[in-house]
Design a protein around this ligand. Structure first.
Ligand code: PHE
Ligand code: ZN
Length: 881
């Protein structure tokens, strides 16, 4: 456990303090003797002193929770006065310039509930080493700029652990005494230790192959627990698609003869890109139509691709230090987004990403955990696997691609790989490769790597009828509540809508009109752009495709928004205009709630929604996105003080009012989109289900028995999880006996299936029903609840604390108390997951006095806990600071 000794506050590590290591390790030989009571790890490291390290400098290796049994140099036992084994390190005085260091340690994977290092999941052994888990396996220079070649022997009982895996190629297997066996794996590619992996267990393989463009056949293996063998087909197809795509799009070919994925049930994150041996949260591998939703299928496709893409962006070229995390994560998220856009609908994908960015990353950026995509300091690195590093990091890469164009970006990527293959590098190296390959200057752009918060872009348009010219003035301002900051380089994609639709654009410096979108580059505080030949006052469509992660401030009438919503050729911007309009409507309604005024839903808004429902240009997924009202967290971000109850009441009212107004068309849509055959995971079918389930949600909200029966029937008759889950969600929000019987049936059918049961918990935790808190309290004591399983903990508590604003922030503070209790209960066992959960309190200053007081009291109670982990400590201290 990463626990501070009493009285010693954990110290931050600063980016500016980076130093190259004194020693490096070129080769690693490991032997694991896996056992039920303890595991013995033998390590032989070929260590070399760096040329500029003074002779005699001590070698300081990282190590945590290791019981040292032996230490030798070049085969000779080291005398006790030559080394010191402390709680987090092994220091060897004056070891020499080049030598082999041998250590033998004992570890206890069966007690490792932190799920970092070597641990057990469902009786199998597996590892998780990023960021700093390898030091919990053996003494090592646990930092990404030390890259070595590994040879690994895994020994275990053959009956219990028939499958023995590690990185690279299997070069030898054999029998040992006492029913044991072994396998030796060699990885020819030097790697940082965070990419090390080992798996031993009783697993089954779903296999396939991929022929690379140079004609090599790669064996693909997906390893799962025996019961899950019929749920691997989608993961395999996704992997093959990702491999082909990276060849076609970036010219990147896979480099080993085998690629393995292992699905485990206990995992802190989504998945891990260990070289040639990815270890995955089962959630991102397993899918069968009756157990996984359309969104689950998409999630699997993108995470499988993400981890695969890391082979080049992360593994072949890795990070010099953990401050550079966005070098691999921002870039790899960007790559997996490009892939998902190519696999499905680019607009739907973009809308989903922007919605998540605004809901989660903008919130992080305006709270106590705000940090640049390349942080300047951290106490616990695991706390910096954030939506800022990942998703805002991906936006920053996306802006560079917008500025350079697809071909220019590809040239930059090629140069990056050419220069840095096999190296551990920085974000600056990446940017330099893009700039050099294109002969452009990205110096000012580089400020995005150190900038904190969400910048504001203000826009103002002036139409000069006599000159038929439209002048658009863009101005950048620091994030709300922050001042100063350097000027950023911001790409703003713009179009103009005339009375008859989109205008062909001509900027004053251009000779002829062409295209309907321009990417304007704002590098100054303020700059004006003049468009010529504009026949009438246009409506500007700004930030098309969300071309920069900023907040846009612009005066627009509801009528302007309605026009954009109907006529903007950019599908993303059509959606965005609709959301802006909905946001205004809802915020006004919340004001009416607070003032005790009678509520009425804006007629223009209803009309706009009706038009979308009948608009042929929208597919079902786009309609569903357009007709989903902004969530309460997003609405709260727009308020000085989040009006928890008024927002909830306003949104609930709007849902019902919209349903009432559109009852007949919604019912017609529901009937027209009935399934015509068995479940198929195809674009048109996904679109159909999205629209149908959107309609069902609105209809059930009306609470009429006939409409509730639609959900009951869908729940009972559907052959797939997408439709059953959607129906169950409606019934849970509705409450009553239909809810209870559906929940009971669902539980009876799925209680032995962890991933499906997670849905059962999560749906209840995010419900809008007023009794949700009491039900969540009861569920926390349910025999199937297990705080120590990260997926289960997230499904109940994460869903409740991070996604149910209305119930978590109940006025009486009971929601806060519940989550704080669980943070304290979990922290001694799994501080990483506890730290994610405690982040639910981060926005506490944005609420009214009573709620602030309640959250602050919980934060203080957590902070006062003796022996609190440094993970939770860092989050709580920042929140209270
Ligand atoms: N590197 C993983 C990814 O994004 C995430 C991860 C980080 C997993 C730390 C486990 C631990 O692909
Ligand atoms: Zn990643």
């Amino acid at each position: 456990m990463t626990e501070a000794k009493p009285g010693t506050a954990p110290q931050p590590i600063f980016r500016k303090d980076y130093r190259r290591p004194d020693y490096t390790i070129d080769r690693v030989d490991l032997r694991f003797e896996l056992g039920e009571n303890f595991t013995t790890v033998h390590a032989s490291l070929a260590v070399r002193r760096m040329h500029d390290t003074p002779a005699g400098a001590p070698l300081v290796l990282d190590g945590e929770n290791l019981v040292l049994k032996r230490v030798a140099i070049d085969g000779r036992e080291l005398p006790a006065d030559h080394y010191v084994a402390g709680p987090t390190s092994l220091t060897i005085a004056d070891p020499g310039a080049a030598f082999t260091l041998t250590t033998v340690v004992e570890i206890r994977p069966q007690d490792n509930l932190e799920l970092s290092g070597l641990y057990r999941s469902s009786g199998n052994f597996c590892t998780q080493c990023e960021a700093e888990g390898f030091r919990r396996i053996t003494y090592f220079l646990d930092r990404p700029d030390v890259m070595a070649r590994y040879s690994v022997v895994v020994e275990a009982d053959r009956a219990r652990y028939p499958v023995l895996l590690a990185n690279g190629n299997r070069v030898e297997t054999g029998e040992l005494d006492g029913g044991r066996h072994f396998a030796r794996w060699d990885d020819p590619f030097p790697k940082p230790c965070y990419l090390f992996a080992l798996v031993a267990g009783d697993l089954r393989c779903h296999d396939g192959e991929f022929v690379t463009r140079s004609g090599r056949t790669v064996r693909l293996e997906i390893w799962v627990e025996p019961d899950n063998i019929d749920r691997c087909a989608h993961a395999l197809r996704s992997l093959q698609a990702a491999m082909r795509w990276d060849e076609d799009t970036f010219g990147r070919e896979y480099d080993l003869d085998i690629y393995m994925i292992v699905a485990v049930s206990d995992f802190n994150m989504g998945a891990m890109e260990n070289k040639g041996l990815n270890i995955f949260n089962a959630k991102y591998v397993l899918a069968r139509p009756d157990t996984a939703t359309d969104d689950d299928y998409d999630g699997i496709e993108s995470v499988i691709a993400h981890e695969y893409f890391h082979n080049w962006t992360g593994n072949r070229v890795t990070c010099r230090d953990w401050f550079q995390l966005t070098l691999k994560e921002g870039l790899t998220v960007f790559r997996d987004r490009l892939f998902s856009a190519d696999m499905g609908s680019p607009a739907v994908a973009r809308i989903g990403d922007v919605l998540a960015l605004r809901t989660n990353q903008f919130a992080e950026d305006s709270g106590p955990m705000a940090h640049p995509i390349r942080p300047e300091s951290y106490i616990e690195m695991n706390n910096f696997y954030t939506t800022t590093v990942y998703e805002k990091g991906a936006e920053v890469i996306g802006m560079m691609r917008t500025l350079l164009g697809a071909a220019g970006f590809r040239r930059g990527m090629d140069l990056y790989f050419e220069r840095h293959d096999g190296q551990a590098v920085t974000c600056d190296d990446f940017r330099a490769a893009l700039a050099d390959a294109n002969g452009v200057d990205l110096e000012q752009f580089g400020r995005w790597y150190s900038q904190v918060g969400t910048p504001v872009v203000r826009a103002r348009g002036d139409y000069d009828a006599a000159a038929r010219a439209y002048t658009l003035t863009l101005e950048q301002a620091p994030p709300r509540g922050r001042d100063g900051g350097e000027l950023l380089h911001i790409p703003v994609a713009v179009g103009l809508l005339g009375p008859d639709g989109p205008l062909a654009l001509r900027l004053s410096e251009e000779t002829a009109a062409s295209g309907d979108t321009r990417v304007l580059e704002l590098r100054e505080r303020s700059r004006s752009f003049r468009f010529e030949d504009v026949p009438a006052a246009p409506v500007a469509s700004l930030l098309r495709g969300f071309s920069a992660p900023v907040e846009l401030e612009v005066e627009r009438s509801d009528a302007d928004l309605a026009r954009l919503m109907a006529a903007d050729p950019d599908e993303f911007s059509r959606w965005d205009a609709g959301q802006e309009l909905a946001r205004r409507v809802l915020l006004r309604l919340a004001g009416d709630v607070e003032a005790g005024r009678e509520l009425a839903l804006d007629r223009e808004f209803v009309a706009a929604c009706a038009r979308i429902l009948g608009d042929e240009r929208f597919d079902g997924s786009l309609k569903a996105l357009a007709l989903t009202l902004p969530n309460e967290r997003l609405l709260g971000q727009q308020q000085q003080v989040v009006a928890v109850d008024a927002l909830h009441a306003a949104r609930q009212f709007a849902v019902r009012a919209l349903a009432r107004a559109l009852r007949e068309p919604l019912l017609a849509v529901y009937k027209a989109t009935a399934p015509q055959g068995p479940y198929r995971i195809e674009r048109a079918e996904v679109d159909r289900r999205k629209l149908r389930n959107l309609a069902l949600g609105y209809l059930v909200a009306l609470g009429e028995p006939d409409l509730i029966r639609l959900a009951v029937e869908q729940f009972e008759l559907s052959d797939n999880m997408t439709d059953s889950e959607a129906a169950l969600a409606c019934l849970i929000d509705h409450g009553g006996p239909e809810r209870d019987s559906a929940l009971a049936r669902f539980h009876a059918r799925w209680h032995k299936d962890p991933l499906v049961l997670d849905k059962w918990f999560a749906l209840q935790a995010v419900s809008t029903h007023p009794d949700t808190l009491d039900r969540v309290l009861a569920l926390a004591d349910h025999p199937d609840f297990n705080l120590l399983n990260p997926n289960r903990a997230r499904s109940l508590l994460g869903a409740f604390g991070l996604r149910n604003q209305h119930q978590f922030h109940r006025q009486d503070g009971r929601g806060h108390a519940l989550v704080a209790d669980k943070v304290l209960a979990l922290d001694p066992h799994n501080p990483q997951v506890a730290a994610r959960l405690v982040a639910a309190f981060n926005p506490w200053r944005r609420f009214d006095a009573a709620r602030q007081q309640s959250m602050r009291a919980q934060l203080e109670r957590i902070a006062a806990q003796p022996g609190l982990s440094k993970s939770v400590r860092e989050i709580v201290d920042r929140a209270l600071a």
